[in-house]
Design a protein around this ligand. Structure first.
Ligand code: PLP
Length: 393
């Protein structure tokens, strides 16, 4: 028997990285030496104090709740540490009902959509952008209106580009700074404008701050909740994945508007039953040591960023060094006339290097490609030599 797919699955765009994985596997099976710089998934280990806390708590026989559902037996320390971290890091005071622990932001984005969107509702998302906002909308039979991000506007979403019909129809608007894939950063004035837009149009502003802790050269990304009155119209999706090298651990939080936080909790209580307590203890430890742990991680990405950007500049393709994220977003070499797909294909075929073509993030990502810095220095170095050689040939 062949089971027919549900419409919501049939309607999904192909998962960008699934297609990529298959191509790479085929090339490798054929004996090719392929270097992938495609995926943003930290390659070096989670810091020891976090691992130690996981091991301690999972073995703690005195904790009679250690095996239990994370929602029925939540770790109060985790919620406390989220509040304490937001206070120290951003000067933001959160009330108990403004915090919900999550199993990472990807999961939380979709569940959050299920908590607030009805069929036919409209959500606004940036293009190029992280695909999961649209996936959340699609699973709720809601529609996505895409707002283009332009290089000339430093890839900051221009609220004036959103037509009035869309403003009237939309229930939620997603933004993401520091941005994946463009590496753009936003200042507090941008977030003020976002809050104003949400207030004027009665639209919830959802800020995905997955890269807030991945920054360099003294830059510190702000939280949207630093804006006065932000919690009236905004929520923020914070994640430990990228900032603490914890992608596989699945932990983060949603903070901000209490009714929105409640909508997410309602879905979670009925679907996932929460994160293992030991992971919550470890996440609490990570946040409590953030000031000590994240600079060491960022040192590695900064070194790699400099190496990649310097190699591009030496080849005659200068890029401004990104202040944040774990990526470099570079213009496609001239000889490919702006076609990121043609460049990506040639790179894989002739040089054995995988990058993410900007086109994969939508039409307005065209002309660029993304290099992920989550690969060892020597691998990155070899890949850059190959990229430069091909682009120059
Ligand atoms: C990686 C990433 C996420 C997902 O992070 P998890 O917390 O691991 O699910 C969310 N948003 C953006 C923009 C990302 O790049």
């Amino acid at each position: 028997m062949e089971i027919a797919l549900a419409d919501r699955v049939g309607k999904l765009p192909p998962y960008l990285f699934a297609a990529l994985r298959k191509k790479i596997a085929d090339k490798r099976a054929a004996g090719a030496d392929v270097i992938t710089l495609g995926i943003g998934d930290p390659d070096f280990p989670t810091p020891d104090p976090i691992i130690d806390e996981l091991c301690r708590s999972v073995r703690d026989a005195a904790d009679i709740n250690r095996h239990r559902y994370g929602c029925d037996a939540p770790v109060p320390d985790f919620a406390q540490e989220i509040k304490s971290f937001y206070k120290r890091r951003y000067g933001v005071t959160l009330a108990d009902d403004q915090v919900a622990p999550t199993m990472g932001s990807k999961d939380a984005i979709v569940k959050f959509c299920m908590g607030i969107l009805n069929p036919g509702d409209v959500g606004i998302a940036p293009l190029p952008g992280y695909p999961t906002y649209n996936i959340g909308h699609t699973f709720c039979s809601a529609c996505t209106y895409y707002v283009p991000l332009h290089k000339e506007k430093k890839f900051l979403l221009d609220f004036d580009e959103i037509p009035s019909e869309v403003r009237q129809a939309a229930k939620i608007l997603w933004i993401n700074y520091p941005n994946n894939p463009t590496t753009a950063t936003a200042d507090l004035d941008f977030f003020k404008r976002a809050i104003e837009f949400g207030r004027e149009n009665n639209i919830l502003i959802a800020h995905d701050s997955a890269y807030s802790e991945n920054s360099f050269d003294g830059y510190k990304a702000p939280s949207i909740l630093e804006v006065d009155g932000a919690t009236d119209v905004a929520v923020e999706f914070f994640s430990l994945s990228k900032g603490f090298n914890m992608t596989g651990w699945r932990c983060g939080c949603v903070v901000g508007n209490a009714s929105a936080v409640k909508a997410l909790k309602l879905v979670k209580d009925n679907v996932d039953n929460g994160t293992l307590r030991a992971v919550q203890f470890a996440a609490a430890k990570a946040l409590s040591l953030a000031e000590e742990l994240t600079p060491k991680i960022n040192e590695v990405y900064k070194r790699r960023r400099d190496m990649v950007c310097d190699a591009l500049a030496a080849a005659g393709w200068p890029v401004e060094k990104p202040k944040a994220t774990i990526y470099v977003w570079a213009p496609v070499p001239e000889k490919y006339k702006g076609s990121s797909l043609a460049f990506a294909e040639d790179l894989l075929e002739k040089a054995g290097v995988v990058i993410t073509p900007g086109r994969g993030y939508g039409a307005t990502g065209e002309g660029f490609y993304r290099i992920s810095l989550t690969y060892p220095d020597d691998v990155l170095k070899t890949a850059m030599e190959r990229i430069v050689a091909l682009g120059k040939s």
